[in-house]
Design a binder for this molecule. Structure first.
Ligand code: ZN
Length: 144
């Protein structure tokens, strides 16, 4: 942590702008899920990292127990993003290790892949999907 030679490709200002966005989203989901006291958690977040982690863990556990919704998955992603933002890995593609552009992160701060890898993985999904379809079509054709 003392070594600050590698600090991602984002400027401090860009990073804090993205962080604000994610935190705002987190509060929005909190409110939506009727979780209590997001402000208290924000205060704890400012006072120390260990407390953030345990607060997040606690929220995750409670969320997991009570909600199996799209929102809770999104919330998980937001909390994970906030954790990642504490490290220098934020803004780096988990697939190819290249920088994810600030424009892309601004549109989707939870992105963990660069646009190239994301498109590729979506293409793969499509191919699998079509592969499955043509297989089942093949079956129905050979069925007489
Ligand atoms: Zn990539």
């Amino acid at each position: 942590m003392s070594n600050s030679s590698r600090n991602g490709h984002l400027t401090k200002k860009q990073k804090s702008e993205l962080m604000d966005k994610v935190q705002a989203e987190r509060e929005r989901i909190f409110n939506k899920l009727n979780l209590e006291q997001p402000h208290k958690i924000v205060q704890e977040a400012e006072s120390g990292k260990d407390e953030v982690d345990s607060a997040n863990d606690d929220i995750l556990r409670r969320t997991e127990l009570r909600f199996a919704t799209r929102e809770s998955l999104y919330l998980k992603k937001l909390l994970k993003t906030l954790e990642l933002m504490e490290t220098d890995d934020y803004g780096t593609c988990e697939d190819c290790g290249q920088n994810i552009s600030f424009t892309r992160l601004k549109a989707r701060p939870t992105s963990t892949m660069c646009i190239g890898c994301k498109e590729e993985s979506e293409r793969d999904e499509m191919q699998n999907y079509h592969g499955r379809i043509s297989k089942s079509l093949g079956k129905s054709v050979s069925f007489r």
